[in-house]
Design a protein around this ligand. Structure first.
Ligand code: ADP
Length: 277
């Protein structure tokens, strides 16, 4: 097909079309190459967006159905005050899940729209880790978990509120998956990058799940179902925050032994493009 026709088809929304490089002149071939790569990226982005919308609808359907069922059950005929209270408590629980989910979705929307740019300032990963664990220690104490610290001053140029969100998500996950009397080890190091690691002696993650663990709505824990458990967005939010800082997040894990999550952040101020100055 002629280049212009293919471009028109793509423009009309058929993102699967590609310009045939063999039929173009040399220079035009280069341009076409770049365009084709752009279209491939766009196609992927559109597919992910579509999937995301489908997933969100699916996630919201469960709590909405629960609220409807409990309310309709309560209205069907007269009940005792205790039964009404129970129905209301069930409704409140489902509404709370929707609220948590919507708050996480708003977080993503802010990132995608770039309405709340990262506010970078000099901060110390060790201090943030200390503050964050102090806040969540009661959760760990309630499960008789040992918190071990190996914190060295680790300066970075980052948004402290966002980094606290990352540490909190990783820490609360570790507390949740680690059985009583287990250990959670938190470590910070300045070794070229600003490095934060958190190791738990929890359930671990199966090898086939590991590559997908940071995807939105990915759940690996059967007890964390849509109806009862988390949103499946916590790690995806961690990844979005860390990458917005020009950093990376990774996990190593062994089933029944535990997991180690590592966050690497550039130590120096970043230029607007995300590359070190
Ligand atoms: P959620 O809010 O549902 O916990 P996350 O994105 O935080 O979602 O986690 C995604 C999945 O990865 C969940 O099923 C969770 O149980 C699992 N997971 C997260 N952290 C750990 C960990 N430290 N060890 C084992 N599994 C984990």
């Amino acid at each position: 097909l002629a280049v212009v026709l293919v471009a028109t088809l793509i423009n009309a929304g058929d993102l699967s079309r590609r310009i045939n490089l063999a039929e173009t002149e040399d220079e035009l071939g280069d341009v076409a190459n770049v365009l084709n790569e752009t279209f491939a990226r766009l196609e992927g982005a559109f597919a992910r967006q579509k999937q995301f919308t489908a997933d969100v609808s699916h996630e919201l359907r469960t709590p909405v159905s629960l609220i409807l069922a409990h309310a309709q059950g309560a209205l069907l005929h007269e009940h005792s005050p205790g039964e009404y209270r129970e129905a209301l408590a069930d409704c409140a629980q489902a509404a709370q899940r929707m609220k948590t989910l919507l708050e996480s979705l708003l977080d993503f929307a802010r990132f995608d729209a770039d309405t709340e740019p990262i506010q970078r300032e000099p901060c110390d990963l060790a201090a943030l880790t200390r503050d964050c664990t102090a806040l969540h220690r009661p959760l760990a104490d309630a499960k008789r978990l040992r918190l071990e610290f190996d914190l060295q001053p680790t300066p970075c140029h980052a948004d402290p509120a966002r980094l606290t969100q990352v540490i909190t998500n990783l820490l609360t996950n570790a507390i949740r998956v680690t059985p009583a009397d287990g250990t959670i080890t938190l470590r910070t190091r300045q070794d070229g990058s600003a490095r934060f690691t958190i190791r738990d002696t929890g359930s671990g993650i199966a090898p086939h799940q590991l590559p997908h663990i940071f995807e939105r709505f990915r759940r690996v824990d059967a007890s964390r179902t849509r109806a009862t458990g988390g949103t499946g967005l916590g790690l995806a939010i961690c990844k979005a925050i860390v990458e917005a800082h020009g950093g990376s997040i990774a996990v190593e894990s062994e089933i029944a032994k535990g997991s180690t999550f590592t966050v690497l952040l550039p130590p120096r101020p970043l230029s607007r493009s995300g590359a070190p100055d």
